[in-house]
Write a protein that binds this ligand. Structure first.
Ligand code: ES4
Ligand code: ZN
Length: 337
């Protein structure tokens, strides 16, 4: 339809995609073979019997943690710098085809370091993918290093030290920090120390909060210095906090298909798009882990349109907010608008 063409043509910015969440079942099996990594035995885990079986299993995640087990298994097959570069390049090509002009992408170094892949291998590979996308596709990109909540804080402290001593922030190789993985369970403020140190250096900070967890996870992330919230859909349960986020202009990076697949909401109709619009809360629409959740960014935009029937003016405002809230210079914003 013409509205689909209009949505495709909007200058889209992605603020919430995990590069490891772009590991499709095909890529998992291909890289496992190429790197001699054994996947789980199908006799005990039938999901790994074939590409088709693994794809089918992704239709039945019961929760965030159920998904995360597959997500962390999938990234086990990434070994060499070229694997990381290929994965990033594969994502950027798809994003470009979807009408993305600027992409801010997460990665999880702690998990790779835990299985013996060095911080440098991960960052050099992903960074090479970013550079290639800038050169060959005209995209602007930002790498955001994510701490993970299921590993000890000491593991995050170790990665933070590597990140600082590498000079990657000053060099613009890694632009900011986030946190992700299991929400409910570990202490809400587990990265207090790392975020305080990073804030002193004016490193941009975001955080996954209010996905499965209640709004106090969001207020804690803000207290620790996050200036953006990833997901944040449970914000609607705290009207006072919602007013504050609206008046501060804090961006939520909403991921509708993710929320449905992980059973945070029954369907895209229950993603609080209308409430956010009504309250003046800024948000962008994003893909999260597109290889696992049945769609890339354009699929997410279209699912929102199907479910919420937004007007052309509302879509223009969403696109403009996503440009304005991107972690890029004003000159780049002007090019995108
Ligand atoms: C994630 Cl959907 C989601 N939530 C929290 N952490 C994550 N890491 C990758 N995808
Ligand atoms: Zn996420």
């Amino acid at each position: 339809s013409s509205l689909h063409d209009f949505i495709h043509g909007l200058p889209k910015c992605e603020h919430h995609v995990h590069l490891e969440g772009c590991m499709s079942p095909e890529l998992i099996f291909t890289m496992a073979a190429r790197n001699n990594i054994s996947l789980p035995d199908p006799a005990t885990n039938p999901a790994y019997a074939s590409v088709a079986a693994l794809t089918a299993r992704y239709d039945h995640f019961s929760s965030l943690d159920d998904f995360l087990a597959f997500y962390f298994r999938g990234m086990d097959v990434l070994v060499n710098e070229a694997d990381f570069a290929d994965l990033a390049w594969w994502y950027f090509r798809k994003a470009h085809a979807d009408g993305v002009h600027h992409a801010e992408v997460f990665f999880d170094p702690q998990v790779h370091i835990d299985r013996g892949v060095s911080y440098e291998t991960v960052v050099n590979g992903f960074s090479a993918g970013c550079k290639r996308a800038e050169r060959e596709l005209g995209l602007s990109t930002r790498l955001i290093l994510c701490f993970v909540r299921h590993l000890p804080v000491s593991s995050a402290a170790n990665v933070y030290e590597k990140f600082i001593s590498s000079g990657h922030f000053e060099a613009g190789v890694v632009h900011g920090l986030g946190w992700s993985s299991s929400e409910v369970g570990p202490p809400k403020d587990m990265f207090r120390e790392q975020y305080a140190l990073a804030a002193q250096r004016s490193i941009p900070l975001t955080a996954h909060a209010g996905e499965e967890g209640d709004p106090t996870y969001i207020s804690t992330a803000l207290e620790l210095g996050a200036t953006r919230i990833d997901h944040g859909i449970r914000l609607v349960e705290d009207p006072e906090l919602m007013k504050r986020i609206a008046s501060d202009g804090t961006l939520l990076t909403v991921c509708p298909l993710s929320n449905v697949r992980l059973r945070c909401v029954p369907s895209v109709e229950q993603v609080p798009i209308r409430q956010f619009l009504g309250a003046g809360v800024k948000f962008s629409i994003n893909s999260d882990d597109p290889a696992y959740f049945g769609g890339y960014i354009l699929d997410n935009y279209c699912a929102v349109q199907e479910a919420h029937q937004l007007s052309v003016l509302e879509w223009r405002m969403i696109a403009e907010n996503s440009v304005q809230q991107s972690w890029i210079e004003d000159s780049r914003k002007a090019e995108l608008l």
